[in-house]
Design a binder for this molecule. Structure first.
Ligand code: BGC
Length: 689
């Protein structure tokens, strides 16, 4: 017996979601009446002009939809970005990349980052930010891995919602790229085949959250194909799911230049706006309407969506005002620093090598070309150019106080360099990836060619470790890297692309001013062969139900570092799991509590994670799925009871036969702990009608 969530109570919940006024809030009814009047007064040409951009990269913007001055329709000015406002408009605060912010697991902080980026977008003349990227990291070699938040749909969705909420206090947000965009080298053409269950459970729920909980005003369709249709003309993705099932009220725009692939099929499928220039939606659309191939009702419905966003976000009465003083303000730079602090993941710390003990470490050698550069990430559409940025070396020098700092910049140390390295009390070697190793396809380098460190950096780490027994490795890049030298080094910090204040945050962690609290939002495997294959050359690929930690768990493969993992300069103990009720209905909620105690010497933050497993499910399930998480701050000796909530309907699987989510009446195991592979607390509850 299966319990459909399309039962009466679930219907009520869905109906409530549909009544939700969304991004219009309480102005919705007024706006709809204005839209009726506007549509009645607009000429066909004016309407069709709302359905495309004015041209690629108009001055200071990534794209623009023109206004209609005679009707006080303001139009929309669009700017990228995923880690700050993109360089096309000038300088801006460069935040840590999305993956780094994913490692904070801090939704409140991400909302503030979204808000700051929203403020800077307006201050640079934009009214819409082409962010957040909420594509699942299916494989860590994806060239744009850095722009998204991680490999897990719940974590990704919650971080994306936080960004949308913050940004939309000021501008329209644009979750992208809908959907299954996770290969760069073939991104314009690749056809991703996926079964409906994987689509509904793995690749779409974070978009649903961004739309239904974040109330995103727009969504960007991806370049790639899904099951034989490009995303911008994919009736199933746009009409059935986004519009039909989720009740999306905003507008859908294509990705830039090669994102729109047809005229009539795209309009009929639910693409509202072609960006950045009129191609298929220019004269061909006018001709198609005149020839009766597209009904006026369809045009009106599309234009209504774009206008609704403009009016609900008050772009007519409160247009963006250019204001350089709002850009890279001290408050925003401080926020970028805070995000970098919380994002750094301590992966290894042998014999208390970190934090640096000023009594034992009087001299430090900083090694590697990357140490002297602010490694900010991709140079594609997400490029942000801050007015200034702190490299790890700058940060360490500024913090070092009485500790002597020597820099060895060679990528291959000479005998003299090696004696300098050997003479220091500790060596910090900075290695990793840059924009030359991974990035947006076609514009920059595209997908990574392997998970290994490029440019002989493994040899560099090996040489430093052989010379200095206290070798501390700082890694930069989008994510998973292989570490053949791991056993030879004392400590490893994953610092990602840490943004303009990254060097300061790295130094603060090294010297112990900041207790590291980041947790991996992506699995680091021991070998690439432990992951599902990544094919960045074929015109067609197949995506399955398992990737990331769920793939390794299923195959009982030990990762190098598991999803959710991160050490601190203190220790945490988990105790007292509470689960109520023991049995819940398919539309009920389970309250789970766990006590977390800081058992170490310093204050710190812990990200507690709750995973659910499925005993006796009739379908293939993950060993465990992340279903809740919480970041808590604990003083030494302090215990806090951390509350989590699990909705039974979030345990449903997609029954392709029934075409609906169903919740099984089985036992659900609950595990709570500090990472996906360290779950000291376990219990269970049941679902029953
Ligand atoms: C990228 C989008 C970006 C757009 C505009 C495209 O190449 O895929 O993410 O928003 O360019 O710059």
């Amino acid at each position: 017996c299966l319990l459909g969530v399309a039962g009466a109570a679930a219907d009520d919940a869905l109906a409530a979601e549909r009544r939700d006024p969304g991004f219009c809030g309480d102005t919705r009814a007024t706006v709809e009446r204005r839209l009726d009047r506007l549509l009645a007064r607009m000429t066909l040409a004016e309407k069709l002009d709302q359905m495309h951009g004015v041209g690629a990269f108009p001055t200071g913007l990534a794209g623009r939809i023109a206004g209609v001055p005679r009707l006080h329709i303001p139009g929309i000015g669009m700017l990228d970005g995923a880690r700050g406002v993109s360089a096309v408009s000038g300088t801006a605060t460069c935040f840590p990349v999305g993956m780094a912010r994913g490692a904070t697991w801090d939704e409140a902080l991400e909302e503030r980052v979204g808000e700051a980026i929203g403020v800077e977008t307006r201050a640079r003349g934009g009214s819409m930010i082409l962010a957040p990227v909420v594509n699942i990291l299916r494989h860590p070699r994806w060239g744009r891995a850095q722009e998204t938040y991680g490999e897990d749909t719940l974590h990704l969705g919650r971080m994306g919602v936080a960004f949308v909420r913050g940004a939309q206090r000021h501008v329209i947000a644009n979750p992208k790229h809908y959907a299954l965009n996770s290969i760069e080298d073939t991104r314009f053409t690749v056809d991703v085949a996926v079964d409906e269950r994987s689509l509904r459970e793995i690749f779409l729920p974070h978009f649903r959250r961004a739309v239904q909980q974040g109330h995103a005003g727009s969504v960007m369709a991806a370049y790639n194909q899904v099951n034989g249709e490009h995303c911008s003309e994919n009736t199933h993705l746009l009409r059935d799911v986004l519009d039909g099932d989720w009740g999306f009220q905003g507008f859908v725009e294509s990705d830039w230049i090669l994102g729109t692939r047809s005229t009539v099929p795209a309009v009929e499928a639910g693409l509202d706006v072609e960006m950045p220039s009129p191609g298929y939606f220019g004269k061909p659309l006018t001709d198609a309407v005149r020839a009766g191939q597209v009904r006026l009702r369809t045009i009106d419905a599309a234009v209504r969506r774009t206008l609704r966003a403009q009016l609900c976000f008050r772009l007519d009465t409160d247009p963006p005002k250019v204001d350089p003083a709002q850009v890279e303000s001290p408050a925003h730079v401080a926020l970028a620093l805070q995000a970098a602090r919380e994002s750094i993941v301590l992966l290894r710390n042998e014999a208390g090598a970190l934090p640096l003990d000023p009594a034992r470490v009087r001299s430090l050698v900083v090694v590697g070309p990357l140490a002297a550069m602010a490694d900010l990430g991709d140079h594609g559409s997400s490029l942000v150019v801050p007015a200034s940025a702190v490299s790890p070396l700058d940060g360490i020098r500024a913090r070092a106080g009485g500790v002597t700092v020597t820099y060895v910049g060679a990528s291959s140390p000479s005998p003299t360099d090696l004696s300098l390295i050997a003479a220091a009390d500790a060596a910090v070697v900075v290695v990793g990836l840059t924009f030359e190793d991974e990035g947006e396809g076609q514009i920059t380098i595209g997908d990574r060619s392997s998970l290994a460190l490029p440019r002989d950096q493994d040899a560099l780490v090996g040489a430093v470790a052989a010379a200095n027994p206290r070798t501390l490795v700082v890694l930069e890049g989008s994510g998973a890297l292989l570490m053949p030298w791991l056993g030879q080094v004392s400590a490893v910090l994953m610092a990602w692309y840490p943004g303009e204040a990254g060097g300061t945050a790295i130094a603060e962690v090294l010297f112990g001013d900041v207790n590291p609290s980041g947790k991996l939002p992506v699995t680091f495997p021991r070998a690439e062969s432990d992951l599902p294959p990544f094919d960045n050359a074929s015109p067609a690929v197949q995506y399955g139900y398992f990737h990331g930690y769920r793939y390794l768990d299923r195959n009982d493969t030990a990762p190098l570092f598991p999803f959710g993992f991160g050490l601190a300069y203190t220790t945490f103990r988990y105790s007292n799991l509470g689960i109520t009720p023991a049995t819940v209905s398919p539309w009920g909620r389970v309250q789970v509590t766990a006590d977390v105690t800081n058992t170490g010497p310093v204050a710190g933050d812990e990200v507690a994670q709750l995973y659910v497993g499925y005993a006796g499910s009739r379908v293939a399930r993950a060993v465990r799925d992340l279903k809740a998480f919480a970041r808590v701050h604990l003083e030494p000796g302090e215990t806090r009871t951390v509350p989590f909530e699990v909705r039974a309907r979030d345990l449903a699987y997609w029954d392709a036969g029934a075409g609906a989510f169903v919740v099984e009446p089985i036992a659900y195991t609950v595990e709570v702990g500090p990472s996906s592979r360290d779950l000291p607390l376990a219990g269970a509850f049941a679902v029953s009608p």
